[in-house]
Design a protein around this ligand. Structure first.
Ligand code: HEC
Length: 103
């Protein structure tokens, strides 16, 4: 019985993730991994004073190249920033979200 519930929950959950728009999934990923330092949205300051708000990334990065970077692993010179790697699907989702908030 418990197993059935767990399976059902897993099926429902994966279904809802699939149904999300890529940019929405991107936002969820960034919220989980990046929001404690970077401002995600169209307004607001970053919680970490040195971290650029994501809406400004388009100024210094080509966002197409950024999709590739996200899969190779992001390397910032700053010691506060941990290294992240995304799979292709997640990298695309993150980039789709980033595009949607650029100034
Ligand atoms: C612990 C805080 C922290 C987290 C978490 C964090 N960052 Fe950063 N990030 C920074 C800081 C601080 C800088 C500024 C680095 C510098 O100027 O050297 C930065 C810089 C950047 C830059 C500028 C380019 C570069 O490589 O220097 C990008 C792009 C970036 N972060 C993306 C992300 C993404 C995407 C995530 C989530 C997957 C993330 N960051 C999570 C703190 C963080």
């Amino acid at each position: 019985m418990q197993l059935t519930i767990a399976l059902l929950a897993a099926i429902l959950f994966s279904g809802s993730v699939q149904a999300q728009a890529p940019s929405e999934r991107g936002r969820v990923l960034l919220e989980e991994f990046c929001a404690r330092c970077h401002a995600l949205g169209k307004t607001g300051a970053s919680p970490h004073i040195a971290a650029p708000p994501f809406r400004e990334l388009g100024r210094s990065f080509d966002l197409d190249e950024f999709t590739v970077k996200l899969q190779r692993g992001l390397l910032a010179s700053h010691p506060d920033m941990p290294e992240f790697k995304f799979n292709e699907e997640d990298a695309r989702a993150v980039s789709a979200y980033l595009r949607s908030v650029q100034e």
